[in-house]
Write a protein that binds this ligand. Structure first.
Ligand SMILES: [Zn+2]
Ligand SMILES: [Zn+2]
Length: 68
C-alpha cells in the first residue's frame, strides 16, 4: 500500500511509513477496531465507554460495576 500522508510505498507488515513516520492506514484501522473492542460497557450516567478493569468512568467519574 501507499502512505496516505506522503505517498511513499509501505511494505506489508510495516506499520509506520519510512517517509514521514506516520502510522499506515492499515494499522490505524486495527487500532480503531481495538479501541472499539476495549469498551466493555457504557457508563450508566453519561454513556461513555468503560473497560472492565476501570473502576471509575473516565468522563464523568461515576463508579462503575467494577468499582462497586
Ligand atoms: Zn508517509
Ligand atoms: Zn460516565
Amino acid at each position: 500500500m501507499f502512505c496516505i500522508n506522503c505517498g511513499k510505498q509501505i511494505n506489508d507488515g510495516e506499520h509506520i511509513c519510512k517517509g514521514c513516520g506516520k502510522l499506515s492506514a492499515g494499522i490505524r484501522d486495527e487500532l480503531l477496531a481495538l479501541s472499539e473492542k476495549t469498551a466493555d460497557y457504557k457508563c450508566e450516567k453519561c454513556g461513555g465507554d468503560i473497560r472492565a478493569e476501570q473502576h471509575y468512568c473516565g468522563l464523568c467519574g461515576a463508579q462503575t460495576k467494577a468499582g462497586a
